[in-house]
Design a protein around this ligand. Structure first.
Ligand SMILES: Nc1nc2c(c(=O)[nH]1)N[C@H]1C(S)=C(S)[C@@H](COP(=O)(O)OP(=O)(O)OC[C@H]3O[C@@H](n4cnc5c(=O)[nH]c(N)nc54)[C@H](O)[C@@H]3O)O[C@H]1N2
Ligand SMILES: Nc1nc2c(c(=O)[nH]1)N[C@H]1C(S)=C(S)[C@@H](COP(=O)(O)OP(=O)(O)OC[C@H]3O[C@@H](n4cnc5c(=O)[nH]c(N)nc54)[C@H](O)[C@@H]3O)O[C@H]1N2
Ligand code: SF4
Ligand SMILES: [Mo]
Length: 704
């Protein structure tokens, strides 16, 4: 590296993949937004501005760590030592318990190249069906609902800046003011043109505060709300009969099903006043152009998939998908949450969004991988199930976690940590000693974003290139190198550690699949602002807007899907009388491994807290900052009270960015959506009381 250099690249964190310029001067990095990149247009959030701080952080792992015995601490080791322990432990587990005894757990922050390679590694080098990823906790319900309605799952089927041109927006369980701040410029631009915004969220978030209308339902009742909205739209003649007839199937059954969702009944289920429901429908149904967007608040439920389907039904009935500046979208969260599932990190998927149980898909991918299709495993267990069944018959005995911190982010995390301790062998690849790395037998120090090149697929389906700006520190290897090294020691070649070579192979493996990347190359991405998939040939322009002519289903029509609001998975009762919901803060990211180590972000949000309404605070006798004890059927957690009037008085909200005693996931319910296997992070029953003075100060407990 020269004394000073400038690299155009992308932020390491969320799905917006903001374009940034990384400047290196005398060994120090500074971040600036690219002024013209289409997803951020000169904007960045506090996480992006401070992202370079981690490149030279003193906590950075720069050598492998190994544990000589369960009771001994991790100690620095060599790569050779770490890799040979891994390979012999994997061999021992498979020798004793069969191929599926070794599992891989990936992350939606990994580049497409890594996602692809880890999927191939599991299926070819290990011959194991046990692979899944944290995107199961994130995108899976929307993915199933999107596929079942539209025949394809691309989070946003239109570019972000289309939002600026729409006339009405419904945001369901999505808080972009905190989770995608630079994207707010598109919503604001729409409002300046006169667009109306409706937000559905049990909390009056920064996003809801800026809306024209805020519906504040009981957590977990969005499905009833959507059906109620469709009921009203039908009754008021706001549906688009011509669109329904020409472009969809299955409406009659849905029309019949929503007849029972009278607004007063919906009000009883959701707590949303009939007048607000009717007003929301009027805003959406009378606009020339309208968009419905869902995010985790609607999706992370036992009925998350059906809830998304219910909102897709509403969008279809209003004739929105495929129409200019209109449509349905789900707002992807992780940097590469979209690409991760397209290229094989998911238990049931092969590259190109192919299905692992489809013989033609197996044959295509097996040919690229140079293996017999019969050798490819069948679909394995979903993320939580893989963790839950550790050390049981058919479960994994050894595991490689790459790019996820499940001890903090998985539901019922106390149980998950116990399960990880029952493994014969745990390997974690990370940049830092995460809570999950602390339980490992081997920790591999990984290169991070600016130290390696790779592609990311952002929330729009835009494939961008994150270019290396510097070399990894001595002792650190890229994840691709680690995968290649382990594969070689298992006697497998064909696992390149060169990102561009892997991307070209990924292109071939995806060719002809739904997520076809075969026409995308590094040079082409560099030459523009990324390329939208599907892009089936080098001459194909890419696909910024989908569904404009038809849908990729067998009859080219979108499919309605009947949905019913069922009973709550865990209704409040006398022992656990309130609703607990969980989510995010503006200035922390995910499990916090990264952002808890950034000075300005840690200063802004130093410790876990529980947001509760002042009525509830008064009832349990706490004032702002007091320690609060939360108890659910899974466990208990202690954190400081943050009192406001922005949340429903029957609901408390806990951000999940911390481990230890204030960890939200000690409380959450791991009940899974039957279609997507998504855990119900967004609602369970909780008891809320003042923590006894003997309880240690949660602030002190949590700082690292
Ligand atoms: N600052 C920051 N930004 C991030 C992340 C981060 O950790 N920090 N993570 C990224 C990732 S991976 C993701 S997935 C996205 C997530 O982005 P969002 O989905 O916007 O974030 P969440 O906070 O999980 O949930 C959104 C809202 O859902 C509401 N909610 C809770 N329960 C319900 C319910 O039952 N119904 C409805 N309608 N709403 C409900 C919560 O009050 C919350 O305001 O953010 C991405 N961006
Ligand atoms: N209660 C509750 N729990 C939730 C959610 C919620 O709303 N509520 N949301 C869920 C959602 S949507 C998500 S996406 C998950 C996210 O949860 P996690 O999967 O835990 O997310 P991260 O904290 O991003 O974990 C990424 C880890 O990989 C490391 N890392 C970063 N880059 C690299 C890399 O290039 N290589 C390697 N090897 N490691 C890297 C980071 O340091 C970090 O430790 O949490 C889920 N859990
Ligand atoms: S919005 Fe997302 S991609 Fe943009 S700077 Fe913030 S964290 Fe990074
Ligand atoms: Mo996510």
């Amino acid at each position: 590296m020269t004394q000073s250099s400038t690299t155009e690249t992308h932020c390491p964190y969320c799905s917006l993949q903001c374009g940034i310029v990384l400047r290196q001067r005398e060994g120090k990095f500074e971040v600036e937004p690219q002024s013209d990149f289409p997803s951020n247009r000169g904007g960045l959030c506090a996480k992006g501005w401070t992202s370079a701080e981690l490149l030279s952080h003193p906590d950075r792992l720069t050598t492998p760590l190994v544990r000589d015995h369960r009771d001994l601490p991790l100690r620095p080791g060599t790569w050779d030592e770490a890799l040979s322990r891994m390979v012999s432990a994997f061999g021992a587990a498979q020798g004793r318990h069969g191929r599926d005894a070794v599992g891989c757990f990936g992350g939606g922050g990994l580049t497409n190249e890594k996602a692809y390679q880890l999927g191939k590694f599991a299926r070819v080098a290990l011959g194991s069906s046990a692979i899944d990823y944290n995107g199961r906790f994130c995108m899976s319900s929307a993915a199933v609902a999107g596929s079942r309605a539209f025949g394809i799952d691309r989070g946003m089927p239109f570019p972000l800046d289309d939002i600026a041109e729409t006339d009405a927006i419904l945001l369901v369980g999505s808080n972009p003011a905190d989770t995608l701040p630079p994207a707010m410029q598109f919503f604001d631009a729409a409002s300046e043109r006169g667009a109306r915004r409706v937000v559905i969220d049990p909390r009056r978030t920064a996003t809801a505060a800026k809306a024209d209308l805020h519906l504040q339902p009981v957590p977990g009742t969005d499905l009833a709300l959507a059906n109620g909205m469709l009921h009203v739209a039908v009754r008021q003649g706001l549906i688009d009969e011509a669109y329904i007839a020409a472009r969809t199937t299955g409406f009659d059954a849905v029309r019949r099903a929503v007849r029972l969702y009278w607004p007063d009944r919906v009000e009883r289920i959701t707590g949303v006043p009939e007048s607000a429901l009717v007003e929301a429908v009027r805003i959406l149904g009378t606009a020339r152009r309208a968009m419905i967007l869902t995010a985790r608040g609607a999706e992370q439920h036992r009925a998350g998939t059906d809830t998304v389907s219910a909102f897709i039904n509403l969008a279809l009935a209003l004739g929105l998908p495929g129409r200019p500046y209109s449509g349905f979208a789900t707002v992807t969260g992780q940097g590469n949450g979209q690409g991760g599932r397209e290229h094989g990190l998911k238990a049931d998927q092969l590259p190109g969004y192919r299905r692992l149980d489809d013989p033609a898909a197996r044959a295509h991918v097996a040919a690229v991988w140079n293996v017999d299709p019969g050798e490819l495993p069948l679909p394995g267990l979903s993320a939580y199930e893989m963790l839950d069944r550790i050390a049981t018959p058919g479960g994994v005995r050894a595991m490689w976690v790459l790019g996820s911190n499940v001890v903090v982010s998985a539901p019922n995390a106390g149980h998950v940590a116990e399960q990880l301790r029952r493994l014969d062998f745990l390997v974690v690849s990370d940049i830092f000693r995460s809570e999950t790395a602390e339980l490992a037998d081997v920790v591999l120090p990984a290169a991070q974003w600016a130290e390696e090149t790779g592609t990311m697929t952002n929330l729009e389906g835009r494939v961008v290139l994150r270019s290396a700006a510097t070399a990894p520190p001595p002792g650190v290897r890229t994840d691709l190198q680690a995968i290649s090294d382990v594969a070689l020691r298992l006697g497998k070649t064909g696992f390149s550690d060169d990102p561009e070579t892997v991307f070209e192979e990924l292109g071939r493996a995806s060719q002809g699949g739904k997520a076809d990347y075969s026409g995308i190359g590094y040079a082409r991405i560099r030459a523009g602002d990324g390329v939208f998939w599907p892009c089936p040939s080098v001459r194909h322009p890419g696909t910024p807007r989908m569904f404009t002519v038809d849908f990729p289903t067998p009859d080219r029509r979108a499919r309605f899907c009947v949905t019913e609001q069922g009973d709550a998975a865990e209704p409040p009762d006398t022992r656990f009388p309130y609703y607990l919901t969980t989510g995010r803060l503006l200035k922390q990211y995910q499990s916090g491994t990264q952002t808890r180590r950034v000075g300005a972000l840690a200063a802004a949000e130093p410790a876990p807290h529980v947001e509760l309404h002042e009525q509830l605070a008064r009832r349990i006798g706490v004032v702002d900052g007091d320690p609060v004890l939360l108890r659910t059927r899974r466990g208990e957690a202690v954190m400081a009270a943050r009192i406001d009037r922005a949340i429903r008085p029957d609901t408390v909200f806990v951000p999940f960015h911390w481990g230890g005693r204030g960890s939200a996931n000690l409380l959450t319910n791991p009940v899974l959506d039957p279609h997507s296997r998504m855990p119900a992070f967004k609602v369970c029953a909780v008891a809320v009381e003042r923590a006894q003075p003997s309880s240690p100060n949660p602030d002190k407990e949590q700082s690292r």
